[in-house]
Ligand binder design. Structure first.
Ligand code: MF3
Ligand code: CO
Ligand code: CO
Length: 278
């Protein structure tokens, strides 16, 4: 039975069909995603040894409020924070707490602002102080995985082309791709169809079409790919406690390729790493 309550937000339900967004919709996403990128830019000078992830959570909430945006994660399926902060062997969905960040840590900060009904979902890795070479290499490999996945996006390709590009590079670098979490359709909804797997083959998955909007957010481990979720019901960690990293962009499929909505206006897409020379 469809009640009037269902009918009200029926257009916002995940129906299984992949939504195609208009030029106006792309403009809405551009704004929401720019705000998220600006928040992630600000965090580049905030993250340092001694800072707590609760302080980061507070900053993300306040920055959203100042700009008329709500953090999508707050009260999402019982999640109680404005941001996910995933440190070292935490793969994703780390919850902010009062423990200070320590020299040598790597932390993923994942922000989703909802601005005018559009979801700007993006994350970056932040080095805390001076990193060991292995950690720095993992960040470089993971960012390259994201960009190679994005480079595979064009109308006519399948979602599997993204996964294949990421998996091929990660494994050639002797890293592994987490299977238990994936990218997702995004836009009016936080998590929509299609799933974007970060592994697989180019002939798998639905065909990409102009107007689709989704995230690519590979989680790459220095050790084995296996994860477990802690008793808190959220924190996902590597089973072998190896380091894990993740970068996330929201992209829209265009006639010729894709537009990256969440690029940093300040060129801070990979904080703490040398700027890209491409
Ligand atoms: N931002 C995450 C993503 O990239 C989702 C976090 S959901 C939460 O899809 F509830 F854990 F916050
Ligand atoms: Co996402
Ligand atoms: Co995210």
């Amino acid at each position: 039975m469809v009640t009037y309550i269902d009918a009200v937000d029926a257009p916002l339900k995940n129906t299984g069909a992949i939504r195609l967004y208009s030029a106006d919709d792309f403009a809405g996403m551009r704004k929401a995603c720019l705000l998220t990128a600006r928040c992630l830019d600000e965090l580049a000078s905030i993250v340092k040894p001694g800072v707590t992830t609760s302080q980061i959570d507070r900053f993300v909430f306040d920055f959203g409020m100042e700009h008329g945006a709500l953090p999508a994660t707050l009260n999402y399926r019982g999640y109680k924070y404005s941001v996910c902060t995933s440190i070292n062997h935490v793969v994703c969905h780390g919850m902010p707490d009062d423990k200070p960040l320590r020299d040598g840590d790597i932390v993923n900060i994942d922000v989703t602002y909802v601005l005018d009904g559009w979801h700007g979902d993006s994350s970056r890795m932040y080095p805390v102080g001076q990193l060991k070479r292995a950690a720095e290499r993992l960040l470089e490999v993971t960012h390259e995985c994201l960009m190679r996945g994005i480079a595979a996006v064009r109308p006519g390709a399948r979602t599997g082309a993204i996964g294949q590009a990421i998996q091929t590079f990660a494994e050639a670098e002797r890293c592994s791709v987490v299977r238990d979490f994936c990218g997702h359709g995004v836009g009016r909804l936080f998590h929509d169809t299609p799933n974007i797997l970060h592994y697989g083959r180019a002939d798998e998955g639905p065909e990409l079409r102009e107007g689709m909007i989704f995230t690519i957010e590979p989680m790459i481990n220095l050790g084995k790919p296996h994860v477990k979720v802690l008793a808190d019901g959220w924190t996902a960690v590597t089973r072998d406690r190896s380091l894990s990293a993740q970068y996330e962009h929201a992209v829209g499929v265009t006639a010729t390729g894709c537009e990256i909505f969440t690029l940093s206006p300040a060129g801070l897409d990979r904080p703490g790493l040398p700027p890209l020379t491409r």
